[in-house]
Ligand binder design. Sequence first.
Ligand code: ZN
Length: 87
Amino acid sequence: MFTKSALKDPAGTATLAEDKVYIREDLPEDLQRTTALHEVLHLTSDHLHLDLSEAQISGLACGLKGVLSENKPFCDWLVGKSKRGKT
Ligand SMILES: [Zn+2]
């Protein structure tokens, strides 16, 4: 992920050709995180030819952000930082 001040609007963008996500660096950090997740989902949709709509991407980003934000032990387990049942 890269930040780029040249982006004025929207908050971020994903480019399949470059396989990169750009996030406006002048956004509040929490909004940068939400935007990064949103743009990663756009890339995933594009790579897998899922053709997800903007509403679907936004809904998935919101839901995943909530799960990841509220469940640190789950996140640690998911990325292999802890064993199941341990924090
Ligand atoms: Zn979008």
